[in-house]
Ligand binder design. Structure first.
Ligand code: NAD
Length: 491
């Protein structure tokens, strides 16, 4: 364990932090980062753990020593340098393992341009992407159900949506941001993305001082790439956030300068967004700015906003003074090309200074994230109204399938629609629609009584007796009378 200051009076305020120096350029940029934040007054008790190549090479497929989890659970804060992921099969992504194991539900990535010191088409860009980190298609639940068709499950929960959206609003409030924007595709995914969007509108009401807006992700993304300066904080489901946070970092001018935070209720992880750049390792060349930004996010998170502010402003002044590492050095703009150590020295020499041309940052010392989940209201009334039976049928014809199914004779039920990859093909299908071997056959109550689980089982037995290859079923429910399933396109 390394202590960052030796003054006993300050020791009480020190916050335990787990650090990993990583692989490639990791040790150099971690050393530079820690020197800078210490000089800026960070009060940390560091616990070092091993991750990455050396651990993978010991045969541990997760890339992390079992004992390292104890440190992470104890300190709850992880500053991580990049690691080298071994090529070839079998090895698990350390980031995904840590994120999922420790429930880090929010990924936060500030993306600000440094014009005119780093070339960009967007001189006034200063936005923060808040990406949901655990749900959506990232459960990785996939099936190949027929010869022709595979599926991935997209799961969106109300508590998961509430938590990330509340985090985005709290982040905006704490960082004096003015607007929170939500991106979804709820014109198509009305139930999953619709839930995320609806939750956004509900939570926004609790933050009347913040402007809020929603964009469909396609036009929102196009707008973000064209006029990023109109956005402030953008919150989005996992997949869109994964793609667009890289786009946002790239269009600031240099993806190598960005840091990111993975926030959980119990444990949080901070890092650069770039990798271990093995070809630059050990040459005192790498730019430590990405990891330094990760460390700034960490300091804000642990309530050391003043140290974060001194670090960030000294860094901005260094960039503004033209002291640049090779990756951003540009003849005519830069004044001095420096190595990793010298860059850190230059930032340290400017602690206490503020940038003149770039906008200085201001961080509060204490952020109160009131992220506690509010008790949920009364659960809605859930009523079973039918079943979708999915079948694999190669030489299918919707009219034939419908005819065979209408012969099932399960009293109280009726076949209402057949669709193929989401498009209605019966009744009154369009002859131009392509039929794959994957059919969704919907049975609902006949309107006379309630559709029960026994009806569903009887239908499955009838399907088996008729020789259908049933590949899966989905229950159809209403919640307080609201339909909890999508209609087929064309229905
Ligand atoms: P990379 O980000 O390491 O490098 C891409 C390019 O950017 C290279 O040209 C590199 O020299 C340059 N670069 C990156 N960081 C720099 C810095 N701080 N200063 C100056 N130049 C920098 O991506 P890669 O080459 O695709 O991956 C290398 C290794 O890193 C792989 O093993 C990959 O799996 C791993 N990786 C790890 C993480 C992580 O730990 N979070 C993230 C991405 C990649």
């Amino acid at each position: 364990m390394t202590t960052m200051t030796s003054n006993p009076a300050e020791t009480a305020k020190k916050v335990p932090v787990t650090v990993a120096y990583g692989d490639g350029i990791g040790p150099e940029i971690m050393d530079a980062t820690l020197r800078i934040i210490e000089a800026a007054g960070a009060q940390l008790d560091l616990e070092r753990i091993e991750i990455g190549e050396a651990v993978y090479n010991k045969g541990l497929q997760s890339g992390i020593e079992p004992s390292a989890w104890d440190s992470l659970r104890r300190t709850k804060v992880f500053l991580k340098a990049p690691i080298t992921t071994p090529q070839g099969g079998g090895f698990k992504s350390l980031n995904v393992t840590v994120r999922k194991t420790l429930g880090m539900y929010a990924n936060v990535r500030p993306c600000a341009s440094l014009y005119p010191f780093v070339a960009t088409k967007h001189p006034n860009m200063d936005l923060v992407i808040v990406r949901e980190n655990e749900e959506d298609v990232y459960g990785g639940i996939e099936y190949r159900q027929t010869n022709q068709v595979a599926e991935a499950l997209k799961l969106t929960s109300r508590p998961g949506s509430k938590r990330i959206i509340r985090y985005a609003f709290e982040y905006a409030r704490a960082n004096k941001r003015k607007k929170v924007t939500c991106f979804t595709k709820d014109n198509i995914m009305k139930i999953t993305d619709g839930l995320f969007h609806r939750t956004f509108e509900e939570i926004a009401l609790e933050y009347p001082e913040l402007e809020h807006e929603h964009w469909i992700v396609d036009i929102g993304a196009a707008k973000m790439a064209d006029t990023p300066e109109v956005f402030d904080v953008i919150v989005m489901p996992n997949l869109y956030g994964d793609v667009l946070s890289d786009v946002a970092a790239q269009i600031t001018g240099s993806v190598g300068l960005a840091g990111s935070a993975n926030i959980g209720d119990h444990c949080s992880m901070f890092e650069a967004i770039h990798g271990s750049a093995p070809r630059r390792a050990g040459q005192n060349m790498a730019n430590p700015s990405g990891l330094l930004h990760g460390a700034i996010l960490m300091l804000v998170h642990i309530g050391q906003g003043k140290a974060a502010e001194s670090t960030h402003n000294a860094w901005l002044k260094t960039i503004e003074d033209g002291v640049h590492t090779y990756d951003i050095y540009k003849e005519g703009v830069s004044k001095q090309k420096v190595g990793t150590r010298e860059f850190a020295d230059a930032v340290i020499a400017r602690i206490g200074q503020r940038p003149q041309q770039l906008k200085p940052v201001e961080y509060l010392d204490e952020i109160k994230m009131s992220l506690m989940m509010r008790p949920a209201g009364k659960p809605p009334m859930k009523v079973r109204v039918g079943i979708d039976i999915f079948i694999d049928r190669r030489d299918g014809n919707p009219d034939q399938i419908a005819e065979m199914m209408q012969r099932f004779g399960v009293e109280g039920t009726k076949l209402t629609v057949i669709s193929n990859r989401g498009t209605k093909v019966w009744p009154n299908g369009n002859p131009d629609t392509y039929w794959s071997d994957h059919w969704q056959c919907r049975f609902e109550g006949d309107g006379e009584g309630i559709f029960t689980q026994e009806h569903a089982i009887a239908l499955l037995q009838a399907a088996a007796r008729a020789g259908f290859d049933v590949i899966k079923t989905e229950g159809l429910y209403t919640f307080n009378g609201e339909r909890g399933f999508s209609l087929a396109q064309g229905q």
